[in-house]
Write a protein that binds this ligand. Sequence first.
Ligand code: AMP
Length: 355
Amino acid sequence: MAEINIKDMLASYDKKNLTIATVCSHSSLQIFNGARKERLKTLGIAVGEKKKFYDAFPLGKPDEFLIVDNYKDIAKHSEELREKNVIVIPHGSFVEYLGAENFLKLDIPTFGNRNVLMWESDRNKERKWLEGAGLTMPKEIKDPHNIDNPVIVKYHGAKGGKGFFIAKTYEEFSRRIETNKSFTIQEFVMGTRYYLHYFYSPIQDNAYKLSKGSLQLISMDRRDETTIDEVQRLGSIAELEELGIHPTFVVTGNIPIVMRESLLPRVFEMGEAVIEKSLKLFGGLIGSFCLETVVTEDLEFKVFEISARIVAGTNPYISGSPYSELIQPDMSTGRRIAQEIKYATKQNSLDKILT
Ligand code: AMP
């Protein structure tokens, strides 16, 4: 990271002519649409051929495409992209396709603090961050012999919940575990899931005020995960497991949701604590982030994961959510990102939100 000097890169930029770019996947329709609403130019990076389905969504289609043979080749085009005054908006798939190392080395101005990556991708560091911020996480079970309640077993680096499984006893665990992969065992938290989409601006003081900048809640969703979310259509999980059919956690979509209003103060306290801790640990998370939570029957939040950039759960809200409507009509997370870039440009402080 140290070798990338954002001020040097921005020095040659024509700030009146910025282009918002991202990889054509995940939340790109929303990102392009949001930039378009803020009258910023857009560029979509796609592999192989132009993604035909964008023609069906003219308001979500980028102004131009960069076609690469392989996502890992994006860096080869960095000069060309910088000449177009490109600012990259990373989303979950962007980082996954590029690979963490290539992402950290990419010499194109990128929205957000890239240093966050090492804190969210290492489960021990993530726990240090979130528990250090005073959040409650599901208990970790270090020794599988101690499994005496339902647990969820997560393979490291598994994308979209792939391969995760539930076990209720050590025997069940040892029957299912693939020992060649590294994994974490967590208490399976009973409750209802809420995925909270925040936006933190280090440069604007017009929302929930923090020691530096301010915080917004833009929306929330619940992930739709197959087969766990619909498995009961076939019978109880216990019945199915007897037949060797095990529920899985592969994300297939996102469902809009709101929560009881009385829980919102806690939602902001948690967001605040996560940001304040991030400022101390690594100079602060910037922009969109998501806390993945379970609310228990005692109305307590347990946070099992953080995503430190725009999540696909914001996609139901291209034209605003029940929360963002209370900030500004017709504002998606994609649009909020574009607004932050425009605001920073006007304040001559782009280097405070890009790395
Ligand atoms: P993750 O990759 O950590 O986001 O987990 C994938 C999915 O597994 C989540 O979206 C939840 O549905 C479920 N999940 C993860 N951790 C827990 C937990 N500790 N208790 C209950 N469900 C969980």
